[in-house]
Write a protein that binds this ligand. Structure first.
Ligand code: FES
Length: 307
């Protein structure tokens, strides 16, 4: 059965919208691939089980919403579900402009640049400028764990040929950078996409620590001690040069968040973004609730290489 005929979509709030966006990403992820045959066989029961297992709790109101959405899909086929999720309109909400925000920890205390571990294997994220836009905070080093000064560089967008300026690193060693943590290929998020620090530049690890030979060879050819790699389909980014594209399938670099360092206090601020829009957004400022206040919280999530 082909095509999607949406007769009616249940009322959608922002939480439902983000839930379905996450579902769309999970369906495309080879590790959590949606089983078309089971869906055709079991219909919405399979969909609800799949969502509960791979995306998150399906409470009563979400169950109603999803059932309403399923009712609205004229052609009951797996492709139609994905198409319907894709066709959801991003609510046209967002921020009017980029606002300078301080990076703080979970207690609200300012993050100190000198306290960020070099080559930190723990995925460290914060939201900016919207709540559904997560970003890596990285202190880049060499193979011996010494911080590496990151100069400004020109970053090319392979898809369009456009070039933009990445402003370089900040902090006492100019080694701290920040990039969107949403893959520019199809939107996979950590832990699938993360930094592979020098100690972890090796192959034959299970996902989400799997670094294919092509990524390793590209890193070696470019003389890079570390890369950002996405396990979903193999995109690799160069964190030392503005998260430019090292290996596809992505055709777009990760957008960079512009940081500012106060040398007197050692505090860090984020104030802008450069490059292409964050994945899934027509503009980095549109498509989600803005982070409110004057600070944004930085938190370490997981180490994909448990020791
Ligand atoms: S989503 Fe496909 S490589 Fe990241």
């Amino acid at each position: 059965m082909t095509g999607v005929f949406v007769r009616k979509i249940a009322p959608m709030n922002l939480a439902d919208f983000y839930y379905l966006r996450k579902a769309s990403g999970a369906m495309k992820n080879p590790r959590t691939r949606f089983n078309d045959e089971l869906f055709v066989e079991m219909g919405e029961d399979y969909l609800l089980q799949y969502l509960a297992k791979n995306v998150g709790t399906v409470d009563e109101s979400r169950r109603k919403f999803i059932k309403g959405m399923m009712w609205g899909i004229g052609a009951l086929a797996a492709g139609s579900v994905l198409d319907a999720f894709r066709g959801l309109q991003i609510p046209l909400i967002g921020a009017k402009s980029f606002v300078k925000m301080q990076l703080v920890d979970s207690t609200g205390s300012p993050v100190k640049a000198s306290a960020i571990p070099v080559n930190n294997p723990v995925i460290t994220l914060y939201e900016y400028p919207l709540q559904n836009e997560i970003n890596f905070l990285l202190n880049l080093g060499d193979a011996n764990g010494n911080p590496v000064s990151i100069p400004p560089s020109d970053v090319k967008v392979p898809l369009t040929g456009a070039v933009y300026k990445f402003p370089g690193g900040v902090g006492a060693n100019k080694s701290i950078v920040s990039y969107s943590a949403i893959c520019q290929h199809l939107g996979c998020e950590p832990p699938e996409i993360h930094l592979y620090p020098p100690d972890e530049m090796k192959t034959n690890m299970p996902p989400p620590a799997f670094l294919p030979t092509a990524a390793l060879e590209a890193a070696k050819a470019a003389n890079l001690p570390a890369v950002i790699h996405c396990d979903c389909h193999g995109s690799t980014y160069d964190p030392y040069h503005g998260a430019s594209v090292l290996t596809g399938p992505t055709q777009r670099p990760l957008p960079a968040m512009v940081l500012e360092w106060d040398s007197g206090t050692d505090h860090l601020y984020v104030l802008d973004a450069v490059g292409v829009p964050v994945y899934g957004h027509i503009n980095t400022l549109i498509g989600g609730e803005p982070v409110s206040g004057t600070s944004t919280e930085v938190s370490g999530t997981i180490n994909p290489f448990p020791s």
